[in-house]
Design a protein around this ligand. Structure first.
Ligand code: AMP
Length: 428
């Protein structure tokens, strides 16, 4: 293996794929903006302790997947494995909680890092978009966050999504459920995996999503969280479902849904994509409500709710469904005929750009057929041809590449011709 290979689990994005990834992000930004969310950008680097507290010491994300290290000053730092803890830290650092207009509503996007086994749709550096709404404890706000995600998916024209929901209950629920789990697993500790022994100690809830087959089978007979929901949590979940019904959001209650991060309480959700044949592609994103997290990182005792989606996963599904559109690299291609037309082409290229249309500077004169093939590869919809004669007479040949129609215009009518053509193209 060469030391110049890309790091395992990372991926380069360039050209159309980079554009498509940015487009996904832009659509999520647009959706969040429609709901009144503002952007927040926090550092990739945070103190290790923030994530240990936030995502939970018992979670796989913290125990096994964090890129953590000591910097040259001996500080224990981590590359963010998720955004929520950092966003809440920023709310505390900048005292944003003192805002009279609660809830705070923020969206974010950028890379996150997890030392996971790379496989299809799973990277060690990946991109997330997400939102957090903090400072008001209301099932209506919980549902709002799900609506932000669903609005973005509908703007992306995403087919066959399924929303899975569950309630993790309040602190009272979780305390009695943890006790029940410890009781269930107490005489099975010699058969569970090493990780689960640790999970038993730190947070037995995490034993339920163990990927070891025998542990998974054991978890099927474990007590169900839904049987331990407090009266308050039950009522809250019912109210949440009533809002979902009212807004026409289809969902499936999945009592096995727990999510991988420890801070969630009450309402949680995941958005799954399905193939036309009904195959579950897994979660494109998920989120939910959290009660103690802001206090945990030094702020007031406000609750919050949010979700994150994986941009790479959305991109690969857009490809699978044939929904990815290629973006034209240029609008116009210039075809100088003969080397003498080249200097003229440079001036013309600048003029076209000043009119707001993308065009490459032609570096050589090309054979007509090769030039048209290149125009197609670059996504141009219009070609401008000119040789010695056109230059002398102050004319240009304009070719509509899709319709293969060509007409001659006077050079001084270029702006008007381009504007008319592209306006018509947009309307069609
Ligand atoms: P989570 O923060 O675990 O709730 O993840 C939210 C979303 O991020 C998931 O549903 C995935 O779409 C995406 N995601 C999480 N981990 C990875 C990964 N290792 N590679 C690519 N996408 C990921």
């Amino acid at each position: 293996m060469s030391e110049f290979n890309a790091v395992k689990g990372t991926k380069d994005f360039y050209g159309q794929e980079a554009f498509a990834l940015r487009e996904i992000e832009n659509i999520f930004r647009a959706s969040a903006s429609l709901f009144g969310y503002e952007e927040m950008e926090t550092p990739i680097l945070e103190n290790y302790a923030l994530f240990a507290r936030g995502a939970g010491e018992g979670s796989d994300v913290v125990r096994k997947e964090m890129y953590d290290f000591n910097d040259k000053g001996g500080r224990r730092l981590a590359l963010r494995p998720e955004f929520t803890a950092g966003i809440l830290r920023a709310i505390v650092t900048n005292k944003l909680y003192a805002n009279p207009d609660l809830p705070l509503r923020y969206f974010y996007s950028g890379p996150a890092f997890r030392y996971e086994r790379p496989q299809l749709g799973r990277y060690r550096e990946f991109h997330q978009f997400g939102i957090e709404a903090v400072g008001v404890n209301d099932p209506l706000l919980d549902v709002e966050t799900l609506m932000v995600a669903l609005t973005a998916f509908s703007l992306l024209k995403f087919p066959s999504l399924k929303v899975k929901i569950n309630s993790l209950g309040d602190e009272k629920t979780r305390t009695s459920y943890r006790d029940a789990l410890r009781k269930y697993y107490a005489d099975k500790l010699d058969v569970v995996c090493e990780d689960c022994k640790e999970r038993f100690r730190l947070n037995p809830l995490r034993m339920l999503d163990c990927k070891v087959e025998s542990d998974h089978l054991l978890s099927l007979d474990a007590p169900k969280l839904s049987d331990y929901l407090s009266e308050e949590s039950k009522a809250r979940f019912e109210k949440t479902k009533a809002y979902l019904d009212e807004f026409g959001i289809a969902y499936e209650v999945d009592t096995s849904l727990v999510r991988g991060l420890d801070y969630y309480t009450e309402f949680i959700y995941e958005i799954h994509a399905f193939s036309p044949s009904g195959k579950d592609y897994g979660a494109l994103g998920g989120g939910g409500h959290y009660d103690g997290l802001l206090k945990e990182v030094g702020g007031p005792d406000y609750s919050g709710v949010g979700f994150a989606v994986g941009e790479e996963r959305i991109l690969s599904l857009l490809d699978e469904f044939g929904l990815r559109k290629n973006e034209p690299i240029v609008d116009v291609i210039l075809l100088p005929i003969g080397e003498e037309a080249l200097p003229y082409a440079q001036k013309l290229a600048n003029e076209v750009r000043l009119l707001g249309y993308a065009v490459e500077t032609p570096l050589k004169s090309m054979k007509i057929n090769a030039a048209f093939k290149k125009a197609e590869r670059k996504g141009a919809s219009l070609a401008i041809l000119f040789g010695e004669e056109e230059i002398k007479e102050g004319k240009l040949q304009i070719k509509d590449l899709a319709k293969a129609e060509q007409k001659e215009i006077m050079r001084e009518n270029l702006a008007q011709t381009l504007d008319e053509f592209f306006q018509k193209e947009e309307e069609e």
